[in-house]
Design a protein around this ligand. Sequence first.
Ligand SMILES: Cc1ncc(COP(=O)(O)O)c(C=O)c1O
Length: 396
Amino acid sequence: MRDRKEMLAAAGTDTRLCHVGNDPMSYHGFVNPPVVHASTVLFPDVQTMETRSQKYTYGTRGTPTTDALCEAIDELEGSAGTILVPSGLAAITVPFLAFLSPGDHALIVDSVYGPCRHFCDTMLTRLGVTVEYYDPDIGSGIEALIRPNTRLVHTEAPGSNTFEMQDIRAISEAAHRHGCVVTMDNTWATPIYFKPLDFGVDVSIHAATKYPSGHSDILMGTVSANAAHWPQLKEANGTLGICGSPDDSYMILRGLRTMNLRLEHHNRSALSVATWLEARDDVARVLHPGLPSFLGHDIWKRDFKGASGIFSFVLKVDDRESFKPKARAFLNELSLFGLGYSWGGYESLAVMVDLSDRKIRKAPAEGPVIRLQIGLENVEDIIADLERGFRAAAGA
Ligand SMILES: Cc1ncc(COP(=O)(O)O)c(C=O)c1O
């Protein structure tokens, strides 16, 4: 039999997702890996214990279940190693703690996921790290912001809620000229639509809570590093004692098998809805990188292989006082869309976006920003629901 790894590396996306992290013959032929619940691992003798010369030593250091997921993610990301953490937010904070020290300066994109900003402005600042936010459009211009003590450049593309694209390769090259670590929150694209390490990123971050889970029932984060940064990430992970549970790992591995099929559906439906929204008079702008009218579209087209199911639009509202009442009327009228945080599940969700913490990329002036996660429902039903919302907003 040909080497399985070699065969998979050359295979199509669906094939790879069906088989990554899977080794049935090492588990009596069962198709899926076992869910190993573990804290204690026994050693056959004291010598083995002293030298820790066996594959598994303690539950926090990995089990066959967590290893299967890490191997699958490494295969998809092209990374040297992956750690699992209990949430997407922890997938951001753990590498920041791994690579930053008191006195360091960190550059964070202004369109970053909100709770990441909160971590930076509170705990990271308290630990003596200086944080500076930069414009997502900066590209190689980031070099002008790099100081002698800049240690980390954090990217997220598209940005949270407003979906600004970033020239990841240009930013990585500039950052590496100064010895900085480049991290990227790649949750939106998943490694199916964008592979950060191929564009110079050192550490790729995912809220596996979203598309890998796919069903709004699991919280998990993954952090994958290239060979140069893997030892430090792994060491920090072990030091902090933060790990993913075997049950959740199993469920994420299960979700991965169908992720590409789901993504294709999300991609298609979200683009249809975005195009429909763009043609409406009561919509000022649609913030979706896959639309040619969107500012970062050219970067998206050049670097990404697809778009997922979440984007925003700006409701057209004349006076600022009516922004919130109109948005509330719109959202309250929706019945298919749930009002809820997160995304990547099978169901459609809507939320009014708060951009008050932005330093550079301020909120649009034309109206409130409403974020939509387009689920796997039929597009006609999704559009009919949104139409009801627009009618209610018009009457508010
Ligand atoms: C871009 C992005 N990164 C990270 C996270 C955090 O994921 P979790 O909800 O698993 O903490 C989110 C959650 O919405 C997100 O949108």
